[in-house]
Design a protein around this ligand. Structure first.
Ligand SMILES: [Zn+2]
Length: 1007
């Protein structure tokens, strides 16, 4: 085998040099428009960092080739998955750094380099990880659609150029472009100088091109689908305010926030009456020169005109993007963040204070709260005076106490919304795969409840209750890309495990003889390929990991190559078919010299890496503790025994069925005749007994073998022999036998190779004899030739798994009262280390206690439920149901101000709008419920779609931001509530809508 004789194009420099070079490139490289950057998978990069920081060239942290596999939607198109997050899923490296890494490590075969350009967008420079992907077609033939990618910085003209070329428009012909969004509004792209960003073209939209007819007319003038919504004068007279908002590409967060604000009566009336015109503040440096306010006013006026089913908030979105680069549509955003930005932007654009005076804040210094609060509010109003302050601002009291000198500091601060925490469950639900010892049992997916602050051992205990397997017989591992990303210690914190990790728990057998030493062995599957990867810094060229890795306990005495071979065959029995006696199994081997070394090597069961053969072998019998790095610390030396079975499954979304079952099984197609292998055959494939030494017979386990086989006395005897055989200097008279043995062994289904934790062959292993000893290297790979794999490895079966009943039980939802959240908001807390308070008495930073109290509340109170929880260790979305009242939310009990002065408004509120978030941390959809101020009816707004809603639908675990209106300010609806029974479609006079009548609620979607 030549597995080790790699030839690498560029021998990488030392690790320290690598680290320095890459780090300085990352540190010093600035974004420049037009430059190329490259996307690299975060995990790979982290592994590399660990390698160069802690490793030596032989380290098990060797990262192998650059592997971006987790970033791709599939391996055909190599499209990036949606919504990948920088520094979490990937990192960006400048071109120079990429080229160095590429030269040193290579990239996994077939993967394209992910080159991305820096684009110059208003107020920001960004690497455009996701260019805009647009469909292009001709008006005359809308069936013929092509896909093209553009940068947001490209202009419309460049799209036109691409289209003229792609559709072979006659030179000189006059063209017009239209854009069509997902809900099929069409709009002319008049200004060809406008950028893709400003035109709000986003992925998934279609651009249609038409060319002027010879008679001077335009094809689109014929009545067809080219209705321009802006010019569309359909005289729809619906209920003002009941109007959808077109999704401009991941803009549902914006639409949701806009609908809530649109249904906030005092604000909307302010804009509808054009009061804002007198208050636009063009000079406020904190504002947006009035542009946000004007764009907002424009949207509100359209929505309340009663003339539209849906409005396209394009200009508004563009303005928001210009002023807050974080909202420049790459990914989903947070409706609450947008709301916060928008309220602030509107406030500054409409601030009646033209020149802000500097006001020094005074501490309370023991003065009465009332006095300090009034002073604070007065000061706030002197600098901030707008419809936003009038409507949304309240005041809370913040009390800090120094733990050392007990200095009390009181301040009163304005707020625009309350961010209230949700009680965090102390428990956590985890989904894990349990891999039993029974080789014929498929892995079972379980859902277990564990303490959030628990340890890995708690996970094992929870799983033990379902499986009746003692927790001490389990090892927990994170499987990633067919290998172990991490094998956990029992006492490691569960917070190390993220919900998206693929966690496998392996059952280990109990050693029969207590005194027997066990090795915890990690087993990988690899397939050889017939070509080399040039430029790879790895010696692993020519093999690719596949299938599911396995952890198994092996008695130290069973670590000979042969014993392992048999053991693996048993463990893999569910999907590795042992050869049938009539089948030939020769394996092609390149090195064919028969000198003693060779012999020796093969004898040991053939494993692969020639040079290291000897080592592995020696090491074999003398293993040390249960290894696996982490696992050894596990205090689980028992894990073990010989013959466990092994199931397995596919890491990412294991599929229950794959298209081609049985790929591997059965077929009698023979492998190509071995070329180099003189040998073989004579004895037939089943060598048992063929010669004295033979036991080694890798290939021997015939189908009938039971999993227990290797525990039989016979087997042990064989092992003994094997060990003998392995001894460095076999007696001369055994030579012959050995040679024969070795030939037979050639017929193995696979060979066994010591590898590092990444599944790559150890660097340096092949070089001196000493290399890595098995004891420090408890990872092995079994290497398959593609042909053998095809015949004997049943991929379909290997991927199977079953779901435990616990997966079917609906997860019960925690319900909490809104009042509890508000109480949590006002609970005393101790400041965190990262955010201490400077005590003016002690003259140093202190971890003070802090208490917030509500002092005064605004007319419209926005309550943000903090569902997204980020701590040092965890990131999660809390999906508890928060039970909030639709009417009579009463704050009188929790307002600090006990003696309301005269004219003090009551503190009871009714709900007017809710922004909802569905989905998880990184993706999801926003919608809203809101009550129309004119008719008192609730509606559900889902982008361009609007439906009637009932009050009992509003409280769900999706509720994210709540809008409450103080009762004394609420005006009675001026119109009767519409009849919402399905029979009555008064509001839906528009019946070109297919959904009409079908749904219980009337739909008013735009075309
Ligand atoms: Zn102090």
């Amino acid at each position: 085998m030549t597995a080790n004789s790699r030839c690498s194009a560029a021998e990488p420099p030392g690790l320290e040099t690598q680290r320095r070079e890459i780090e300085s490139l990352l540190r010093e490289c600035e974004l420049r428009a037009g430059d190329s950057w490259y996307v690299v998978e975060h995990r790979w990069f982290e592994q590399w960092k660990e390698f160069v920081e802690t490793g030596d060239q032989n380290s098990s942290s060797f990262p192998g080739q650059i592997d971006n596999v987790e970033l791709f939607e599939d391996l055909d198109s190599y499209h990036l998955k949606e919504r990948l997050v920088e520094n979490e899923d990937f990192i960006l490296v400048p071109a120079e750094a990429w080229h160095k890494l590429l030269a040193w490590y290579g990239v996994v075969d077939g993967q394209p380099a992910l080159e991305r350009k820096v684009v110059d967008l208003p107020s920001t420079l960004k690497v455009e990880v996701y260019p805009v992907e647009i469909f292009l077609c001709l008006h005359s033939n809308m069936e013929n659609v092509i896909t093209a990618q553009f940068s947001r910085a490209d202009n419309i003209q460049s799209i036109q150029r691409v289209m003229c070329q792609a559709f072979s428009a006659p030179p000189g012909s006059e063209c017009r472009l239209w854009m069509k969004s997902s809900d099929s509004n069409c709009e002319r792209l008049r200004n060809v100088q406008m950028s893709v960003l400003d035109a709000c073209l986003s992925s998934g939209m279609t651009v249609i091109m038409e060319t002027r007819n010879a008679d001077g007319t335009w094809p689109s003038s014929r009545p067809q689908i080219m209705r321009n919504s802006a010019e569309d004068q359909d005289s729809y007279q619906g209920q003002p305010g009941v109007c959808g908002l077109t999704n401009l590409g991941n803009t549902c967060f914006m639409n949701s926030a806009l609908q809530c604000l649109s249904n906030t009566p005092p604000l909307t009336e302010y804009f509808l009456q054009s009061s804002y015109l007198e208050e636009l503040n063009f000079t406020n440096p904190l504002g947006m020169k009035g542009e946000i306010a004007e764009a907002y006013a424009d949207v509100i006026k359209q929505m309340w005109s009663g003339r539209h089913y849906s409005v396209v908030p394009r200009v508004f979105k563009t303005k928001v993007g210009h002023f807050a680069s974080q909202f420049l549509g790459y990914q989903q955003h947070d409706s609450q963040e947008l709301l916060s930005f928008l309220l602030d932007g509107l406030h500054e654009d409409l601030n009646r204070v033209k020149n802000k005076e500097y006001i020094e804040l005074r501490d309370a210094d023991g003065r009465p709260d009332q006095e300090v609060a009034e002073e604070a509010w007065r000061n706030h109003r002197r600098r901030n005076d707008s419809v936003i302050v009038d409507t949304f601002h309240g005041l809370f009291k913040s009390t800090l106490v120094c733990p050392e000198c007990h200095k009390v500091s009181v301040t009163f601060d304005p707020f625009c919304y309350l961010s209230v925490p949700l009680p965090v469950s102390k428990e956590r639900v985890m989904e894990v795969f349990f891999v039993s010892l029974d080789p014929y049992a498929k892995p079972v997916q379980h859902r277990v409840v564990v303490p959030k602050a628990g340890k890995v051992s708690d996970l094992c205990s929870a799983l033990s209750e379902m499986t009746n397997i003692p927790p001490e017989q389990m090892v927990v591992a994170d499987v990633f890309n067919h290998r172990f990303y991490k094998i956990y210690n029992a006492d490691e914190s569960l917070s190390c495990i993220l919900d998206r990790d693929d966690i496998f728990v392996y059952e280990l057998s109990v050693p029969e003889e207590q005194q027997e030493d066990q090795v915890l062995l990690a087993l990988y599957l690899r397939e050889r390929s017939h070509y080399r990867d040039y430029g790879s810094g790895s010696s692993s060229y020519g093999t690719a990991l596949f299938g599911h890795p396995l952890l198994l306990g092996v008695p130290r005495s069973s670590c000979s190559q042969e014993a392992l071979y048999n053991l693996f065959l048993q463990r893999l029995a569910r999907y590795v078919r042992p050869p049938d006696p009539s089948e030939e199994l020769e394996e092609e081997e390149e090195e064919e010299d028969d000198d003693e070394e060779e012999l020796y090597k093969t004898q040991t069961n053939g494993i692969s890496d020639d040079e290291q053969q000897e080592d592995a072998e020696k090491a074999g019998p003398s293993q040390t503790e249960p290894c696996c790095g982490d696992a050894s610390a596990n205090g689980r030396p028992d894990g073990t025994a010989a013959a466990e079975p092994l199931p397995d499954l596919n890491r990412k979304r294991p599929s229950l069925d794959r298209g081609d079952p049985e790929t591997g099984n059965g077929a009698q197609n023979q492998p190509e005749p071995p070329c180099g292998a003189d040998t073989i055959t004579a004895d037939g494939p089943n060598p048992r007994g063929a010669s004295s030494g033979t036991t080694d017979a890798g290939p021997e386990p015939p189908a009938e073998r039971t999993p227990q086989a290797c525990e039989t006395p016979g087997e042990e005897r064989e092992e003994d022999k094997q060990e003998e055989a392995c001894s460095p200097s076999p007696p001369a008279n055994e030579q012959q036998a050995k040679r024969r043995a070795c030939r037979k062994r050639r017929k193995s289904l696979f060979t066994i190779q010591a590898v590092n934790s990444n599944g790559t062959t150890e660097r340096g292993m092949g070089e001196g004899g000493s290399a890595v000893s098995f004891s420090s290297q408890p990872y092995v790979a079994i290497d398959w030739d593609p042909e053998m794999k095809k015949r004997f490895y049943n991929e379909n079966e290997a991927e199977k798994y079953v779901k435990h009943a616990s997966m079917e039980v609906p997860q019960q939802q925690m319900t909490v009262q809104l009042q509890e959240c508000i109480e949590l908001f006002t609970t005393v807390e101790t400041l965190e280390e990262e955010n201490p308070w400077y005590c003016p008495v002690c003259k140093k930073h202190q971890l003070a206690t802090k208490k917030l109290d509500l002092w005064s509340l605004p007319e419209v109170l926005i309550i943000h439920l903090k569902r997204f929880s980020y701590t040092k260790f965890t990131r999660e979305k809390l999906d508890s149901i928060v039970d909030f009242p639709l009417r009579d939310l009463d704050f009188s009990g929790c307002l600090l101000r006990k003696n309301p002065t005269n004219g003090e408004p009551p503190s009871r509120y009714d709900l007017i709008a809710v922004s909802n978030h569905y989905g998880g941390l990184r993706d999801g959809h926003y919608t809203s419920y809101a009550k129309n101020k004119d008719n008192g009816q609730w509606y559900y707004f889902d982008d361009s779609k609007v439906t009637y809603a009932r009050e009992d639908q509003i409280v769900t675990n999706a509720a994210y931001v709540l809008f409450y209106h103080r009762q004394d300010k609420i005006r009675k609806p001026t119109l009767p509530a519409p009849n919402t029974s399905p029979a009555n479609d008064a509001t839906s006079s528009r019946d070109d809508n297919a959904e009409l009548g079908a749904a219980p609620y009337v739909t008013m979607e735009t075309d």
